[in-house]
Ligand binder design. Structure first.
Ligand code: C5P
Length: 228
């Protein structure tokens, strides 16, 4: 079963404050996109890579792929108005032979190849929808618009969900065909009545959203370089 990765990279990155789309924000001298692609290409099971680029930055994304070592190939398509629309732009670029589809956020630029491997293995093992997740350390509360606490879910049952998220192609397509938007693809699968399996995530797959996250990512990279 051929595996495709849709790397959604069309976000504006306003919260990061880098003055450019997040995909091009520098981390240790390289754009987040280059780091994210290294994780994707490091996984030997991936056969097709689709980058969903910010409008007007398609050529810049193609140039970033050319700069990677090893003659890597990736298709680049323009993104949509929100994350779901960007995923759908990626779905439209799938090839006939792509049977397993992973959706990954460029914002999780340090997700290691091993995480891709484990997600793909879980889908191959028979789970139609697989997400990586880690236990949450904060106590999480449900609040209303006035800030009144409505509920405190049992922390033991909570997971912080990451990407890459892996799906049988038809499951992901069916979920998106149902319309609506969600902050992740598994949310759409759940809404369509599908079952989603959580596997152990990886702290390195943190979502780089704020300048503080960029600092943490820089420290992680430098630590990895020293360890390596
Ligand atoms: O906005 P949020 O932080 O949830 O974005 C998550 C991911 O979705 C990011 O990798 C971002 O580049 C991508 N995205 C996209 N197209 C949009 C909005 C977000 O590809 N229109």
């Amino acid at each position: 079963m051929n595996v495709a990765v849709i790397l959604v990279a069309a976000g504006s990155g306003v919260r990061l404050g880098a003055g450019m789309p997040k995909a091009f924000a520098p981390l240790c001298g390289e754009p987040l996109l280059a780091h994210a692609l290294r994780g994707v290409f490091g996984c030997g099971q991936v056969g097709h890579v689709i980058i969903v680029a910010p409008d007007f930055h398609v050529d810049q994304c193609r140039a970033a792929v050319r700069l990677l070592d090893g003659h890597r190939q990736a298709e680049v398509v323009p993104g949509g108005v929100d994350r779901s629309a960007s995923v759908e732009a990626g779905l439209a670029a799938l090839r006939h032979e792509d049977r397993i589809v992973l959706v990954h956020d460029v914002a999780r630029a340090l997700a290691p190849p091993d995480l891709f491997d484990r997600v793909i293995r879980a889908v191959r093992a028979g789970h139609p929808a697989v997400v990586p997740g880690l236990p949450v350390t904060d106590t999480v509360k449900v609040v209303d618009a006035q800030g009144r606490v409505l509920a405190t879910p049992d922390r033991e049952s909570l997971r912080g969900i990451q990407t890459p998220q892996g799906f049988l192609r038809e499951v992901l397509q069916h979920a998106h065909a149902g319309g609506g938007s969600a902050t992740d693809d598994a949310g759409l699968v759940e809404r369509a009545g599908g079952h989603v399996r959580v596997i152990t995530g990886d702290a390195r797959a943190l979502k780089i959203t704020s300048p503080l996250d960029l600092l943490v990512a820089t420290a992680l990279l430098q630590d990895g370089q020293h360890a390596g």
